[in-house]
Design a protein around this ligand. Structure first.
Ligand code: HEM
Length: 386
């Protein structure tokens, strides 16, 4: 395994912010500034019912002049917001099933360049949608903001920024991955214990960050507003065949909506700790595998590279040392605890609000079954005392 510096470069991981995009751009030069200005004013345009008209009037721009990665990511983020807004508009069931070519063509071209699907993904709305208010200040909720908003006021900021802070806290552990593999290779138990303790502490910090969701995200606004704009068109009865990307594909395409299930960080620690989600329910494992296609290709490759690394779990098992086993278990416990907490949050933000609606059937039950299965599989990987 390479040094952490080499890993960071090869797999587009940042030392400070992990899988998040470091210091994302906020502006694009003409003619792309047109996209930015629509995306920036989305809530207002939707409210005045002018959004679709604005999009229909857009000129078609080639994406050739968008050369560097950060410009491409910003354009993908802005076009993603505009696309979600165009399809769902006021979130009242009046949906569009065709994305006009003036936006569909550049969006699909750009998506191909980035290796991302043409829908708003976690890598857009969380990983590339942030800035520090005071550039010299800390990475805290108070000193940060998002770049683009959906209707629903501060709900977008709360949901996207808290997700980002969870992500960044957990990502501090990436830098010890080479130490972890080196320790296994050299059978250096002390070094391994040190790396495992560090990983567990980062995961516990991620849990603390997660708790902030209660302060910043209102369940009813999340459920009734933001969730609509994040919905995709895969298995969605409102767009049963998917979305037609005019001028790019002849047939409608299905893509799943944006969710933190597209984050690489949980999958990264599952792999590192040898927690095989594939040993759990097949549908859960298939879903997590599918979510990898919504991650930036460099991050997908990183997960694959970890899968071919030495097995930390096998090493811990082979040693039969209770102290080492306890340190390994602390990491697995931290993953279980994160997933437990996540289940509580999903109950609060999806299941309870959906029960309040007359028209139930929002899939709350199947979501809980899936998440419980993933949590259960994680728990099964705790090493029991012999
Ligand atoms: C209001 C807050 C949240 C809600 C309502 C929520 C909801 C969901 C739902 C419904 C799923 C099932 C898959 C899907 O439908 O896409 C899911 C999966 C997932 N979410 Fe969240 N989520 C929230 C916050 C977060 C945060 C902050 C993170 C961490 C950054 C996160 C990480 C995950 C992961 C990793 C999965 C995949 C399952 C797993 O690996 O355990 N979620 N979430």
């Amino acid at each position: 395994m390479e040094s952490s510096q080499e890993i960071f470069e090869k797999y587009q991981i940042d030392e400070e912010v992990g899988f998040a995009l470091p210091n994302p751009l906020e502006e694009l030069p003409a003619p792309y500034d047109e996209w930015i200005s629509i995306a920036k004013n989305l809530p207002e345009l939707i409210d005045k019912n002018e959004l679709r008209e604005k999009v229909d009037q857009l000129k078609i721009h080639s994406t050739d002049a968008l050369k560097d990665h950060k410009s491409q990511r910003l354009a993908h983020l802005a076009l993603g917001y505009i696309t979600m807004a165009y399809v769902w508009n006021q979130g009242d069931g009046d949906v569009r099933k065709v994305l006009p070519k003036n936006i569909a063509v550049p969006y699909c071209e750009l998506s191909e360049k980035l290796g991302l699907p043409p829908i708003l993904v976690y890598a857009d709305c969380v990983l590339a949608n942030w800035k520090k208010k005071d550039p010299n200040g800390p990475m805290t909720y108070e000193n940060m903001d998002i770049l683009f908003w959906f209707p629903g006021g501060d709900c977008s900021k709360g949901f996207f920024l808290v997700s980002l802070l969870v992500e960044i806290a957990a990502a501090s552990a990436i830098k010890v991955i080479p130490d972890l593999f080196k320790a296994v290779k050299n059978e250096d138990q002390n070094a391994l214990q040190k790396a495992l303790c560090y990983i567990a502490s980062c995961l516990r910090q991620a849990h603390k960050e997660f708790e902030q969701i209660n302060d910043y995200v209102d369940p009813s606004t999340f459920f009734n507003v933001l969730r609509i704009y994040l919905s995709g068109w895969k298995g969605n009865s409102q767009l049963p065949e998917g979305l037609k990307y005019e001028g790019f594909w002849n047939t409608p395409q299905e893509f799943a909506g944006g969710s933190a299930a597209q984050s690489s960080i949980f999958q990264c620690f599952d792999v590192l700790l040898g927690i095989q989600q594939s040993s759990g329910e097949e549908s859960a494992s298939r879903f997590l595998q599918e979510m990898r296609k919504y991650m930036p290709p460099a991050h997908q490759e990183f997960l694959l590279s970890l899968e071919s690394g030495p097995s930390v779990r096998e090493f811990v098992l082979s040693k039969g040392d209770p102290k080492l086993r306890a340190d390994y278990n602390e990491c697995v416990k931290a993953m279980v605890s994160l997933r437990n907490y996540h289940l509580q949050i999903v109950a609060k933000y999806i299941v309870i609000p959906s029960n309040k609606q007359e028209n139930k059937g929002t899939g709350g039950t199947s979501v809980m079954t899936f998440l419980k299965s993933v949590r259960g599989t994680t728990e099964n990987f705790l090493l029991r005392d012999n």
